[in-house]
Write a protein that binds this ligand. Structure first.
Ligand code: FAD
Length: 457
């Protein structure tokens, strides 16, 4: 419970209608798509940057923790208010302020849902490349704070590559603005890189200027199945190694594919040990040529079935199937851990083998799902957290998976972030001086430590 002094001041800023503190209301903001939970003391729905600034000034004065929240789709526990305090939920700051395709940017509030930007750009023939699987619900504030990626990021890069400018409220309540509407801007430190992936620990994002791109002239989508998972992974390295850069290259193993088919009934090949969903885009003639080369490579690696989407409806069906993977997998057990490690693409076959060997050794089921073209692997383990013995096996298996990724020259996260899930493993990929450097930045920007405390810094 917040003390009466803080509560009264906060209600003065937003009114009673946008301040929640009944236990049944707080419970809705106590979790994300990871497995931990913690209740906030209050949830507030700001409508303006000025309100966010006033809220943070009050929170700083009373040393009350503040955790930003978009849609709560994080899979690493990032928006869970482990030290309680205030959750700032951005569902009422959800306006697209400007669409300017002539100068190639959009300006949005943090609560705008990713897919709504895509819809707003469609009539202009433009798109916003970062496309997390959660794009129909996750918000731009959350995408920036997590530096979200997605299938298309193989060719187009992740969120940080599209943030031209930000408005951020600091813990002190000060409002800073950096970057601009210009595609080229090297004025001063590139502060957008600092805030992308900061998971709400350095400041609260209240507005973003995002770069957008013209839609490519042609898109071709291919589904390829293999009767051997190792060959599936080898096909990925072969294609990338030959200099072709598809827009997306998604790998699914048999367990994942069958979980999708159980729900979506798309007529996918249930016997396939490995499936690749490959998309290329660009100028039509170039796409045709690249597609020929890709087909040659997958055939060489033992593809048993190759199907090209014949229409936009067919293409959308394949992508809907891929995007539903996490949701359908979640039906297999009370809990699901969807992890996120990245390895150099040449190590995808080795990392796939290691994930399977480790999880088998711990007696766990695993679904291997990957944005494979950029080495971003998502091993998914269905389990039951209330079964302590099983849960210990899950934790040990993932500790080994993180270590295996680091040993192969990989890293702890390609897009999901660190949050609560992986802060203990940072030393696998960063030396102590680097971790201390991040702590110094946090200390300088948020000296009282009110912003999303208890997370990776
Ligand atoms: C089915 C499914 C598929 C997914 N697929 C992908 C994928 O392909 N790629 C990918 O990268 N991720 C994926 N994710 C993970 C998740 O969707 C992303 O991390 C997303 O960016 C989180 O956005 P959100 O709005 O839900 O943020 P939340 O989960 O609410 O918050 C995430 C973090 O952002 C902070 N935050 C939120 N708003 C602000 C703000 N305005 N200012 C400062 N900090 C803020 C929070 O404090 C928290 O630390 C997936 C998740 C699910 C459930």
């Amino acid at each position: 419970m917040l003390n009466t002094g803080v509560k009264n001041e906060l209600i003065q800023i937003v009114g009673t209608g946008r301040y929640l503190d009944r236990p049944e209301e707080l419970a809705c903001y106590s979790y994300d798509a990871f497995v931990e939970e913690a209740l906030p003391d209050a949830v507030i729905f700001p409508e303006t940057t000025a309100e966010v600034s006033e809220i943070l000034k009050t929170a700083s004065r009373y040393k009350t923790p503040v955790t930003g929240r978009g849609a709560g789709t994080s899979v690493c526990g990032a928006p869970i208010p482990v030290r309680h305090g205030i959750v700032l939920c951005f569902s009422k700051m959800d306006k697209i302020i400007e669409v300017n395709t002539r100068d190639r940017y959009v300006i949005v509030q943090p609560g705008v849902i990713n897919a709504d930007i895509q819809k707003a750009l469609l009539p202009f023939g433009f798109f916003y490349p970062p496309d997390p699987g959660s794009m129909n619900s996750s918000t731009i504030g959350g995408n920036i704070a997590q530096n979200a990626g997605g299938p298309r990021c193989l060719k187009y890069g992740v969120t940080v590559d599209y943030v031209l400018g930000l408005e951020v409220v600091l813990a002190s309540g000060d409002i800073i603005r950096f970057g601009s509407r210009n595609i080229k801007d090297v004025t001063g430190y590139k502060l957008s890189s600092l805030f992308c992936g900061s998971e709400g620990t350095l400041g609260i994002i209240t507005e973003a200027i995002l770069k957008v791109l013209p839609k490519p002239e042609a898109v071709k989508t291919l589904m390829v199945t293999f009767n051997n998972l190792d060959n599936t992974a080898k096909a990925v390295t072969d294609i990338i190694g030959s200099g072709i850069l598809p827009a997306a290259m998604e790998l699914m193993d048999k367990l994942t594919l069958n979980a999708i088919e159980d729900t979506a009934n798309l007529g996918l090949d249930r016997n396939a040990e490995g499936t690749l969903l490959i998309e290329i885009d660009g100028v039509k003639e170039a796409c045709d040529k690249e597609m020929e080369k890709i087909i040659e490579k997958v055939r060489k690696n033992g593809a048993v079935y190759i199907q090209e989407a014949g229409s936009e409806i067919e293409r959308e069906k394949l992508w809907t199937a891929r995007r539903s993977a996490y949701g359908v997998f979640a039906k297999l057990a009370p809990d699901i851990i969807s992890e996120d490690v990245t390895v150099p693409v040449s190590k995808v076959p080795e990392m796939t083998r290691r994930i399977i060997e480790i999880t088998n050794r711990y007696g766990l089921r695993v679904g291997v799902l990957a944005h494979a073209g950029d080495g971003n692997m998502h091993p998914m383990v269905p389990a039951d957290k209330s079964n302590k013995e099983e849960w210990q096996r899950v934790e040990k298996a993932f500790a080994e998976i993180f270590k295996a990724a680091a040993d192969l020259g990989g890293t702890l996260s390609g897009e999901h972030g660190i949050g609560l899930a992986k802060s203990a493993y940072l030393p696998l990929v960063m030396n102590q001086a680097t971790i201390d450097f991040m702590k110094k930045i946090k200390q300088a920007v948020d000296p009282v430590g009110i912003l999303n405390p208890g997370k990776f810094v």
